[in-house]
Design a protein around this ligand. Structure first.
Ligand code: AMP
Ligand code: GLY
Length: 421
């Protein structure tokens, strides 16, 4: 069959790579893809926000299944749009994608179904927000309502910082702001919990902890993710039961009660405090780099899982894992997450030989003539699966040292809470 994957990051390269291993996959397109996906699929240069062009291409090529990786097209309704043309699409529709697209939508759902989350208030103007802050305890968390690529969240230590955050958001730093969310600061350790849902059946799709800060020891600016490990050190049977009963099941039911279903991956960003889960946020997709970290541990044909999901047959699908741990280190361009150079060559990549339990997934790369060049901030993902996270990390460091890309950097301390205790 013919498959199309929409997106161009490490997550999409990992998905494309695994799908290319499926006997059922005869032809794979990646829209627009990166240098890595072009080795296992045909890259099609269409902007993923251009739904009309994408639809024309998919219909012309008679694509059997479309998989949407990133949040932006999902939140903008690509699934609803493509389904109108009878295309089979893996991913949640526009209404269900509000779980990521609108923090206020999710908070209201939490309130309605008693889902544990930080206490919150919604404010429509600067004056009311500031009045509330005058009588608040700090730290406090202030969030823009809309999609802001992880940047619309302020953790404020004092009143002055919180005033500044309110002003920036209402001035439109993250797009037009009709309201703002102010919430209690949750103390604990974060973990990511993933499921796949066909609207009726949900199945676990792994856990992970990512490292969002650019600097070692989890310091410095927020990024898209500098690395991750899986499974999370926090997961246990009792916690998993609480996550499912208190958070996931009521959410899926809440979406059903709106007259629709949740179909696709769902990523719950959780704060864990004394083995109790609190929902921080939902993402309506796999995480990046969590996807690259988790997928190599899958021991079932991914295409079969995704097809069964779209056909509402997840209940008949046995999802198996290899029972190892996995670790991912992201190689970034110097300067990221701020200014960095583009179109710089990464030499030696083709000469790097890696073992069968390791993977290199591309993110911000392109092929230019015969060269591979970095075009994004996060450039390559080095992943290794092992019975031991420490040896996985050592392995990855060895490869990164061999590659010796002078224009890049990476965090050497991924999974430090487990490895370097
Ligand atoms: P979000 O985009 O909502 O996931 O927020 C980005 C990051 O801000 C999260 O990964 C947390 O590290 C942090 N964060 C968000 N909300 C809270 C909260 N209520 N308490 C503590 N940290 C938070
Ligand atoms: N790694 C965080 C995210 O994908 O949102």
């Amino acid at each position: 069959m013919k498959i199309a994957i929409i997106g161009s990051g490490g997550r999409e390269h990992a998905l494309t790579y695994l799908i290319s291993k499926s006997k059922k996959a005869k032809k794979i397109y990646c829209i627009p893809g990166n240098a890595g996906t072009s080795d296992v699929a045909e890259n099609i240069s269409i902007d993923f926000n251009n739904f009309l062009k994408i639809k024309d291409f998919l219909l012309k090529e008679k694509v059997d299944l479309v998989i949407v990786g990133p949040e932006e097209p999902l939140v903008n309704g690509i699934v609803d749009y493509l389904e109108k043309f009878k295309l089979k699409v893996f991913g949640p529709n526009k209404l269900a994608s509000q779980l990521e697209g609108s923090k206020i939508f999710t908070k209201n759902l939490c309130k309605r179904y008693n889902i544990p989350t930080a206490k919150f208030g919604i404010f429509k103007n600067e004056l009311d927000a500031k009045k509330y802050l005058d009588n608040s305890k700090f730290p406090i968390v202030i969030k823009a309502n809309n999609l802001a690529a992880g940047k619309g969240v302020y953790i404020c230590k004092c009143k002055e910082e919180s005033y500044l955050a309110v002003e920036e958001i209402f001035k439109g730093k993250f797009g037009i702001a009709e309201n703002i969310l102010i919430e209690e600061f949750l103390d604990g350790e974060e973990m990511s919990y993933f499921i796949i849902s066909d609207g009726v059946t949900t199945k676990n799709f792994g856990t992970a902890q990512d490292h969002k800060r650019v600097g070692e020891g989890d310091n410095g600016k927020n990024t898209g993710g500098m690395g991750a490990y899986s499974p999370s050190r926090l997961i246990n049977d009792e916690l998993e039961k609480k996550i499912l009963d208190k958070i996931i099941k009521p959410t899926i039911k809440g979406i059903n009660n709106l007259g629709t279903i949740y179909k696709g991956f769902l990523y719950a960003g959780l704060m864990i405090k004394e083995n109790e889960p609190y929902l921080i946020e939902y993402n309506v997709r796999m995480g990046d780099p969590e996807c690259q970290t988790i997928l190599p541990m899958l021991n079932t044909d991914i295409l079969e899982i995704l097809l069964n999901c779209v056909d509402k047959k997840l209940d008949q699908t046995n999802i198996q894992w290899i029972g190892k741990s996995s670790l991912c280190v992201v190689l970034c361009s110097n300067g990221y997450p701020e200014k960095y150079e583009k179109n710089i060559e990464i030499n030696n990549l083709d000469k790097l030989i890696i073992d069968k339990d390791s993977y290199i997934f591309h993110a911000g790369t392109n092929k230019y003539q015969d060269k591979i060049v970095a075009v994004g901030g996060r450039v390559l993902n080095f992943v290794s699966t092992s019975n031991n996270l420490s040896s996985a990390r050592k392995n990855i460091h060895l490869y990164l040292e061999k590659l010796n890309w002078k224009k890049g950097f990476y965090r050497r301390d991924i999974a430090f809470k487990v490895i370097d205790k």
